[in-house]
Write a protein that binds this ligand. Structure first.
Ligand SMILES: [Zn+2]
Length: 351
């Protein structure tokens, strides 16, 4: 919340200052305003953009993008935006309506363009109208994104792949896709490439800065990915299953080999039924479930209840869809991934 407001009031102060100043501003003349949809993406854009960008984030630290309801101030932010960077894959189900309400003609970039999309395994979560709608939204804004990023020749092929992933859902009846792609650090590296391209296209004078920032950040991500693999490799192979509130860790599971069971589906906008919770409790008792984890963006009561009934260890708080506040343990994407890995591996080791 506070990060969002701070960023926005800084932006407001900056535009007021610009308005009051008759002479051309010396300081912020070359900064560009970039709107991002949620805190994790906002951090990545800040890393690549450095001092040349002012990042405005719609869904702030600790907030849930699945259930976010844009307000009038968000419409205003979109109206004034030149560049909007989103996750896509149905994560921002509210985005198309917001773009439409704002009349924005901003360039819309989908940061997940080119990733190997993960289909949802729908164990205990029925598709509902809302999910279908979100997928439809995602499909629509991917078309915008394809137009927006049409100039990047080397990514055209990837664009087609990503778009087909969504179109496939609508046109051929494939299941929905998992939007939480940032949970695999090698996907985050693709986000960074897409972000750098978008910033260079919007602000060509800054290309050396963006390329240098991206290169430094990609080195950091490469080390992060290596460290996570090493940490998980130390765990016994038959003790690598944990329970979380919602299915936010499918990409982490595919990349790093810890198995996650989510109590609800890939979105947080539905509650599990009594039967679904009973099934989950039975599964925890029957299998070697190392721990159950609360997520920062969701209510902890359901996980507490599951832990009570099964005797599973509550392994701590994981940050799945949003960063923590700046003084918390997951203030940046890199800190978030390290924190989650520490929580997961220490709970599994303690089992
Ligand atoms: Zn989520």
């Amino acid at each position: 919340m506070s990060r969002f407001h701070t960023t926005r009031s800084l932006a407001a102060a900056a535009s007021l200052a610009a308005f009051l100043q008759w002479q051309p501003s010396t300081a912020d003349e070359s900064t560009i305003d970039v709107v991002t949809s949620f805190s994790i993406l906002g951090d990545m854009v800040t890393e690549v953009g450095g001092d040349r960008v002012e990042v405005i984030t719609l869904v702030g630290a600790g907030e849930d993008a699945h259930t976010f309801i844009p307000g009038p101030s968000d419409v205003k932010v979109l109206t004034e935006a030149e560049l909007v960077i989103v996750n896509g894959l149905g994560f921002e189900g509210w985005l198309d309506r917001l773009v439409e309400a704002s009349g924005s003609d901003a360039t819309l970039i989908v940061a997940t363009t080119g990733i190997d999309v993960l289909a949802v395994e729908d164990d205990h979560h029925d598709e509902d109208e809302h999910d279908d709608h979100a997928e439809q939204d995602s499909h629509d804004h991917d078309e915008h994104a394809e137009e927006a990023s049409h100039d990047y020749d080397d990514h055209d092929e990837h664009d087609d792949d990503a778009a087909e992933g969504h179109a496939g859902h609508d046109d051929h009846g494939h299941g929905p896709v998992d939007p939480h792609a940032w949970q695999d650090v090698t996907n985050a590296e693709i986000y960074v490439h897409n972000i750098a391209e978008a910033l260079i296209a919007a602000d060509p004078d800054g290309h050396e800065v963006y390329e240098a920032n991206a290169e430094r950040y990609l080195d950091e991500l490469h080390d992060l990915d290596h460290d996570i693999r090493e940490a998980v490799a130390r765990l016994p192979e038959d003790h690598r299953t944990v329970v979380t509130s919602h299915d936010a860790f499918g990409y982490y599971e595919r990349a790093y080999g810890i198995t996650f069971i989510g109590a609800v589906g890939v979105s947080t906008d539905t509650d599990p039924s009594a039967g679904e919770i009973a099934d989950l409790i039975r599964q925890i008792r029957e299998e070697h479930i190392a721990g159950v984890f609360v997520e920062s963006i969701t209510d902890s009561r359901m996980i507490d209840r599951i832990a009570d009934e099964t005797g599973a260890i509550v392994g701590g708080v994981l940050y799945s869809d949003a960063l923590s506040e700046p003084d918390g343990p997951a203030a940046t994407y890199v800190e978030m991934m390290r924190h989650n890995t520490d929580m997961l591996t220490s709970a599994v080791s303690a089992f």
